[in-house]
Structures are given as C-alpha cells and as structure tokens.
Ligand binder design. Sequence first.
Ligand code: FE2
Length: 276
Amino acid sequence: MKKTTSLSFLVIVLIICNLLGCQSQNVQPQFAFTCNPYLQNLNQNGITIMWMVNNNSTSWVEYGKTEKLENKATHSESGMIDVNPGIQKVVLKDLIPGTQYFYRVASKEVKVHQAYKVIYGDTLFSETFSFTTPSPTTQSYSFLAFNDIHSKPQFVNDIVKRENGFSFAMLNGDILGDINAKDEIEKNMLIPFSSYFETGKPFFLTRGNHETRGSEARSLSKYVDTPTGNYYYSFTYGNTRFIVLDCGEDKPDDNQFYFGLADYDKYLMDEAEWLD
Ligand SMILES: [Fe+2]
C-alpha cells in the first residue's frame, strides 16, 4: 500500500514537471562557436584554419581573393568529411604567394549521425576575416615570440596592440603551466590568442617542458597544425628559413617525477635524424 502511494506521488511529480517543462537534463546548449578561428601552418601556398564548436558538427571554409568568397574547402580523411565536436580544422591549398585572402568559417550541427540517417541542426557562420600568404621576395618583416607565459596570457594583448605590424607569432614553449584538463588549452591559449591575433595573424607553436606535463598534455597536438605533424618542423617566411626544435622534458627520462612515462631519449634521436 505504501509502495503504491509512493509510485502515485512520483507519477504526479513527473506529470507536473513535464507540464512545467522542467526537463533540464535533456536540454542541449544552443549550438555555438566556442573559439574563434586561429591560423596555423601558414606557407606560401597554404594555411590551416582551426576553430571550435560545442556540439557534433561538419564544417567548411569559404574563401577567396575578394569578399565574395568564391571558393569552399572542407577537411576529409579516407573520403569521409569530418563530423566531430570540438576542434574543427580545414586546410586551404593552392594559394598564391604574397596575396591577401578573405575567409569565413561555417559549422553545421549534426544532431543525429547514423548509418542511414543524418539530421542536421543549425548552421553557424563567422564574420569575414583575412590573412596574407608570404611572398618569397619579402625581405623585411617582423614577428613576435612568446615563451614562459605559464597560463597567464593577458599581457600578450597589450604587446600585440603595440606591435600590430607583425606578420606572425612564435609560441616558443611554456605558454601553459601544465595541462591537466583540455579546457586549459582552450581557455589559456587558443581562445585568448585567437582573439589577440584577430583571426588574421597565424602562430607557430612548439612545446616547452611544462607542456609535456599533466593528463591532457597528450591532447595538445590535436589543437595545432605543423608542417610535419610534430612539434619539430621547419618553414619558410619571405627570405627566411625557420627551424623549430623541441627539447621535450628537461631532465633524464628516469627522473622520479616522470613516473616511468618519459621516452624523450628516443624522441630526441628521431628529431636529430629528421634535422640531419
Ligand atoms: Fe618556463
């Protein structure tokens, strides 16, 4: 008898809750950009554009030499166009050196993604931004280099405003203090830097030893794009060849504070072979 009464009470509560629309655990946040576009791997003929959204989506970039944005690019692997939450990544190829390009990014929410059924939600478009590909004849330009910011990026904005004629930025390591959660990469690096660089100046990143530390250090590479896919690489800007090296951790692999998870001797040998 007591059980029946409790059940009746629960049913009444559920009916009232339903009438009031209080189904909070089922409410999805509105589909939105969570990080503005940031530019990676700029070279004379290409660039990688990355940004973030808060739900499963498929994305593209509209771009061109005028604001008509007459070209469209997507990112696919093995014939499948990307559908994923979080980081969105599109590579533009066959660009002309020394040319200004305009672009905007678009993400279409994928609410249901099954073998024989796909249901789309809203499509988001960014504002139109621009970037300029480097020319091999460029002899004079400037870039900014930052390191040891240790998750306190706020002062970078003042420097960027003061030196706004720069062509790109080098993030030379220890931009983050450590990486214990993915949102530290977003909150302390990508969201502020995409804003400071006004979605028009690319940055090149390599790791500091602090960016090898924490449970999400292994995720960092997914948020950036480099010519080799590694933290060591080279690139050309104007008349200059840059070589970017990664020293990994700062102590021997068997140091007690690496807890048996360091393999940098092998990594440095691979890197030396690449450099050679
Ligand atoms: Fe440091």
